[in-house]
Design a protein around this ligand. Sequence first.
Ligand code: ADP
Ligand code: 5GP
Length: 225
Amino acid sequence: MTTIFIISAPSGSGKSTLVNVVRCTLPNLEFSISYTTREPRGAEKNGCEYFFITREQFEEMIRDDEFLERANVFGNYYGTAKRFLNKAAADGKDLLLDIDVQGAQQIKAKLPEAVSVFILPPNRAELERRLRERSQDSEEVIQKRLKAAGREIENYWKYDYILVNDRLEDSVDTLNAILLSERLRRNGRADASLSARADSCRLEQIRERIQPILRSFGDTAASGQ
Ligand code: ADP
Ligand code: 5GP
């Protein structure tokens, strides 16, 4: 049985960094390459980070019912093709989706057994530092992303796990623990120590720790739930 893992995060939190490590270290995990109508950025290549298509092509795929989920993010279409799930199932693999909050909700509504993880930065100042350090965006885009982050973060409580990406090595180990413990539990082979590490990211356990992070993004983010 294929397990779908959903990862969402505000831009700059370190999601791509974490996903790239997990993709290389965890066996039997397929990564779904999304379709998007946005322009490629930097060194992005068609079929690598995304399939870059036109609005017309995207709309044709909608008509042909090819998407498992889709959303409009920052004015562009993004969508996960059903064929990635079909292929993972045929190959006996799990599937990792890097999608936004709207997409995560659509998947959870259709497939409630999917596992969702929300990645938080340690605070707003560190998110700003990481966005600048990545030096991919103009000052205007950085400010836009920071504003959007405040809104996206309000949705943290809708996820099964909340991972604060502070020290990278710790975050990699914790994300691996979440994916592996879910996998083992579903195969009837639960591992107590992996499960304990994963459960430290459950809302009940992490609620106190994330309060200052949410407050650093302002009152709206803090009052999310
Ligand atoms: P996202 O995919 O969430 O937009 P990236 O993975 O591109 O974010 O990371 C944004 C920047 O932060 C990159 O320069 C990355 O190297 C850095 N980064 C990621 N995780 C950490 C971490 N735990 N500590 C410090 N820097 C990090
Ligand atoms: P970016 O343009 O920075 O690569 O991605 C912008 C946002 O779109 C990110 O939050 C990313 O997770 C989300 N995203 C990427 N692919 C998909 C997808 O197929 N579906 C949905 N719903 N969101 C996606």
